[in-house]
Ligand binder design. Structure first.
Ligand code: HEC
Length: 247
């Protein structure tokens, strides 16, 4: 086979010294593959046009509120906002009822666990507050009992108990204790057993004084002997919960 034989595969075309395939391999490798039909990249012009549209549109909305204006509303005379259905009509309690209601909340939170919601106590364990002479006899002994707690034998409404109640003086503010005492003195039939002229109302000021003068740690029933008056303070008008003018 001669060097000029065109079928000789070792012979470079036109006598080139290097192979075209190896010489251009790097350039060929840099080429992106041909896109498949339907998968061609989106033209950058498309992005540019869309970007301009967004920019101009946003500018227009910003400048004109998008055509929104307050002027188009019709003003309705006497329109009132309706309460949310679940809240119901707002309850406005008279001052005394409000005071007692607060007291009931404190009672439920602290005392009802033992003396029960109905004030009847629990046989052999917790004496009743309903029809109890330690409740209706005078607010003084009731305050002493709640502030100091109580221990030792006690007979309430003909039944005997002998246990311990911890003091509550740190658990209750003057106001809360006044509300609580008013509640239990005017509930469960105690209101009917109050002395003539006693409406059962206890004020914050009364509790404040009781704290100052009736601190008896480890109080026993015998310590209550002779304390059957009401705590000192002006008589309160249940209508207004304000002190009544002296007669
Ligand atoms: C953990 C249970 C318990 C709780 C809570 C409790 N007590 Fe008592 N309470 C007793 C016991 C027990 C006695 C009787 C103590 C004794 O045997 O000397 C008593 C006695 C009393 C008495 C005197 C006796 C009577 O029945 O009238 C009063 C008044 C009283 N408690 C009021 C209250 C009030 C008000 C509260 C809430 C601030 C309260 N107690 C919370 C257990 C409790």
């Amino acid at each position: 086979m001669s060097a000029s034989d065109p079928n000789d595969s070792t012979h470079s075309d036109y006598d080139e010294k290097v192979s075209v395939v190896s010489e251009h391999a790097a350039a060929a490798a840099r080429e992106k593959p041909d896109p498949k039909v339907g998968n061609e990249p989106v033209s950058l012009w498309g992005f540019l046009v869309a970007g301009i549209a967004v920019f101009v549109g946003a500018g227009y909305l910003g400048a004109t509120n998008g055509g929104y204006s307050n002027d188009g509303f019709t003003f309705v005379e006497d329109y009132t906002v309706k309460e949310a259905p679940s809240s119901g009509p707002k309850e406005v309690l008279p001052p005394f009822a409000k005071w007692v209601k607060e007291g009931k909340n404190h009672y439920s939170a602290i005392c009802a666990a033992c003396h029960q919601t109905s004030g009847i106590g629990q046989a052999g364990l917790y004496p009743p507050l309903a029809n109890s002479e330690y409740v209706y006899e005078g607010s003084e002994r009731l305050a002493m009992t709640i502030l100091n707690g109580m221990q030792g034998p006690i007979t309430v409404a003909g039944k005997s108990y002998n246990s311990v109640m911890t003091p509550w003086k740190d658990a209750l503010s003057d106001k809360k204790m006044a509300q609580l005492m008013t509640y239990i003195r005017t509930s469960w039939g105690n209101d009917k057993l109050l002395k003539e002229g006693d409406n059962g109302i206890v004020t914050e000021e009364m509790v404040k004084k009781a704290r100052a003068t009736h601190d008896i740690p480890g109080l026993k029933v015998s310590d209550l002997e002779g304390f059957n008056k009401n705590l000192e303070g002006p008589k309160i008008d249940p209508e207004t919960m304000e002190p009544m003018a002296a007669e």
